[in-house]
Design a protein around this ligand. Structure first.
Ligand SMILES: NC(=O)c1ccc[n+]([C@@H]2O[C@H](COP(=O)([O-])OP(=O)(O)OC[C@H]3O[C@@H](n4cnc5c(N)ncnc54)[C@H](OP(=O)(O)O)[C@@H]3O)[C@@H](O)[C@H]2O)c1
Length: 245
């Protein structure tokens, strides 16, 4: 290989059919990565791969169908010929003031069961390989409970806590596995659901900040950055006050 030719990095974005994941996939392609993109809407995946046929591979699967995750990711890995980075952006949640049980269960199946299955596949592969970077789009919502979507906040708290556990495990077992917990406030996508939205970032701005944080191997990052202030305030509010909010 000539001296000036660098090895092409490889990434998978789980949940690249829209929103933050789609923007991240396109940004990675523009940074010369070979990218595997996934989601349930194959037409959205095809739209990206038709635009970048030489640098994308697609795989359509539902992360709540646990049995399809391993074969789908194994297949994508083979097509890519390796993996440096996996970003998990798939997520679900909805406003649920009436506590519709279907919304709560669907949220748990996606953000807890699906997340865990993808996390395990990723961790085991990176451990076998000896290195890798796993980044997950969690949420600032994971810091406290929330009356408008209790399962969503609880599922994001689970993700945050699980990633902390994995990070500790990685530190013991392999010095070269990095885990980044990305906590957005509001990003302008279909998932930005709330009565009052503020400090809304575009997907482009969010994607730039997320990729910067990954490059710097950050443990936790708030997107946009000023949401770190809200995080601090949220953590400080006493339970007796929080219950009245
Ligand atoms: N936007 C915000 O304000 C905000 C704030 C905090 C955190 N987040 C988090 O950011 C992540 C990305 O959301 P987004 O804002 O970019 O919204 P989005 O445009 O709705 O993207 C959600 C992604 O998740 C995928 N997905 C959902 N259910 C899935 C399933 N069962 N199997 C596989 N993929 C599934 C969707 O793909 P398919 O439908 O094609 O399967 C889509 O690609 C989510 O985890 C969300 O919780 C967003």
């Amino acid at each position: 290989m000539p001296h000036n030719q660098t090895i092409q990095k490889k990434a998978i974005v789980v949940g690249a059919t829209s929103g933050i994941g789609r923007e991240l996939a396109i940004s990675l392609i523009s940074k010369n990565y070979l990218v595997g993109i996934t989601g349930r809407r194959s037409e959205n995946l095809n739209e990206i791969s038709e635009q970048y046929p030489k640098t994308t591979f697609t795989s359509t699967f539902d992360i709540t169908k646990i049995e399809t995750i391993i074969p789908s990711l194994d297949d994508l890995l083979e097509k890519l010929g390796g993996l440096d980075l996996l970003i998990l952006s798939s997520g679900y949640g909805d406003l649920n003031e009436n506590l519709d049980v279907k919304i709560e269960i669907d949220t748990i199946e996606t953000n807890v069961n699906g997340f865990t299955s993808v996390a395990i596949w990723t961790y085991k592969f990176f451990k076998k390989q000896g290195y890798g970077h796993f980044a997950v789009i969690t949420s600032i919502a994971g810091l406290r409970g929330g009356k408008v979507a209790p399962a969503y906040n609880a599922s994001k708290a689970y993700q945050i806590n699980y990633l902390e556990g994995l990070r500790q495990k990685a530190n013991k077992e392999s010095g070269q596995i990095y885990i980044t917990d990305i906590r957005p406030g509001f990003v302008d996508t279909a998932m930005a659901k709330a009565d009052k939205k503020f400090w809304m970032a575009s997907t482009l701005k969010a994607s730039k900040q997320i990729l910067n944080a990954i490059e710097q191997k950050k443990i936790v990052v708030y997107v946009s950055e000023r949401w770190a202030l809200i995080a601090l305030i949220l953590k400080l509010i006493p339970k007796s006050v929080y219950k009245k909010m």
